[in-house]
Design a protein around this ligand. Sequence first.
Ligand SMILES: Nc1ncnc2c1ncn2[C@@H]1O[C@H](COP(=O)(O)OP(=O)(O)OP(=O)(O)O)[C@@H](O)[C@H]1O
Ligand SMILES: [Mg+2]
Length: 263
Amino acid sequence: MGHSHIVSIINHKGGVGKTSTVVNLAAGLARFDKRVLVVDLDTQMNLTHSLIGDLPEEVPCIADVMIKNPIAISEIIKATPIANVDIAPSGESMVNLELELHSAIDRERRLMRAFSTPELQKYDFILIDNAPHIGLATINSLMASHFFMVPVSAEYLPLVGLKHLIRTIDQIAPYHPSLQNLGYLLTMVDRREGISTVVEKILRETFQTQVFETIVRINTKIKSCPQKKQTIFDVESARGKGHEDYLNVAKEFLQRVETSRGY
Ligand SMILES: Nc1ncnc2c1ncn2[C@@H]1O[C@H](COP(=O)(O)OP(=O)(O)OP(=O)(O)O)[C@@H](O)[C@H]1O
Ligand SMILES: [Mg+2]
């Protein structure tokens, strides 16, 4: 592939499936023999917790790489229980990231700078998990990315909130014109429920081919993954619906990257 494709997983609405998508998409991509680095840019540290557990306080994390030169990103990367998936974790100093970035020089490009090392070229994909609000960390994520991808849970309010997300992206566009939308991914879909069908219809009518054809169905097995430090591929057999959904998400993700590589 040559260089890593960097993708921000973003939605400022909370609880829409961002972290679950980062974990299970990364595991799905690994099943297609891709090497993946996942990056936890959320102070909630859910991604780090789901994959490797909390970092000891003194261990540097992604915030230290962005704030304190000269910690290199390669110094904080850790292996995860998923083969071919590594993590740049979040830790204690993440709490101060927004404040510290505020007065930092080139504050929107700190993550981009951290990524510009040949040591990351071994990864086919870098997936960045973002917090449920737009701050300097999210702006850093988008500025460092080639693509963004938006999980949307199949409920009414997350759909309404997309307007604000699009406004943020529009504000970034003049500074990063090659940033591409990889697509909206519907999560927690329950087609027996009227609202799921309505939300899917509105999303497809509004954003058309920008919406992933693949949907992620509602599945309580996905909820059990973080506590077990496992992915849907570990907790379900190959016939399980979450297993099937996230494998299909990975497949469509690869196709979408392949057809939009013009950056
Ligand atoms: N397809 C699904 N079916 C059922 N539950 C799901 C599904 N996907 C995610 N969940 C659960 O929904 C909750 C929110 O998911 P997740 O943490 O991935 O969202 P998030 O967007 O990262 O949240 P936050 O904005 O707080 O970071 C979690 O408890 C998760 O296990
Ligand atoms: Mg999350």
